[in-house]
Design a protein around this ligand. Structure first.
Ligand code: AMP
Length: 221
């Protein structure tokens, strides 16, 4: 069965960065509900307008909306051989819906990116995204060589509207309340793998890559 890799972790744990890397090197398409919602918001589609208030406040978009997005996205041909999910599921209800959607079609592997709480604030408020190629950098940990310009393509670097300190605090609280319970949920199903997600992006990717190739559950440090 084709694998679905689920990257689970707090905002700022590196899900987006690692999902992009997995897509580039292992050729599993990245499915990011956050990216899909941001694109809908930018284009002011009905979906974007529905999601705007929750996203601006760092709250979760309703379960039925994101489940609908995933149900539709999983039908695309590029998912036939598997995919990597970043930012979904985020609630037990979403995890249950995903379980029903993938039954007999995909083999789930959940990879928890473990980062100490005190690192998350700097990772999020320092994060910058390239408007052109989507690359992610950080003013504290991986500053661009030229201010506000992407090292890879020269595109403009911007801060996400929800990466400001006040919204970040709320996103972390929402994570603790709604998403953290998924760690125990997937552990009970023996689908959970934990990766130490501190340090160099390439080293973290290597740990994830080893897990992807390995059978059974466990931790890689
Ligand atoms: P992200 O880019 O994954 O941090 O998501 C940005 C924002 O999109 C979140 O703060 C939520 O408002 C919304 N969002 C993304 N994925 C989900 C999800 N699975 N469930 C509910 N809301 C989501």
């Amino acid at each position: 069965m084709a694998p679905i890799l689920i990257l689970l972790g707090a905002p700022g744990s590196g899900k987006g960065t690692q999902a992009k890397r997995i897509e580039a090197e292992l050729h599993f398409p990245q499915i990011s509900t956050g990216d899909i919602l941001r694109e809908a918001l930018r284009r002011e589609t009905p979906l974007g307008l529905k999601a705007r208030a929750a996203m601006d406040a760092g709250e979760l978009v309703p379960d039925d909306v994101v489940i609908g997005i995933i149900e539709e996205r999983l039908q695309h041909d590029d998912c036939t051989d598997g995919c990597v999910m970043d930012g979904f599921p985020r609630t037990v209800a979403q995890a249950e819906a995903l379980g029903r959607l993938v039954q007999n079609r995909f083999q789930m592997k959940v990879i928890q990116l473990d980062v100490p709480e005190e690192d998350l604030m700097k990772r999020l408020t320092g994060r910058r995204n390239c408007v052109k190629c989507g690359a992610i950098s950080n003013v504290y940990f991986s500053p661009a060589e030229i201010d506000n310009r992407c090292d890879l393509c020269g595109g403009e670097l911007v801060q996400r509207a929800d990466d400001t300190a006040a919204v970040v605090r709320n996103r972390l609280a929402v994570y603790r309340q709604h998403t953290e319970p998924l760690i125990a949920y997937y552990d009970r199903q023996h689908l959970l793998h934990t990766v130490d997600a501190q340090g160099d992006v390439s080293e973290i990717f290597d740990r994830i890559n080893r897990l992807i190739r390995q059978n059974g559950s466990g931790a890689v440090r």
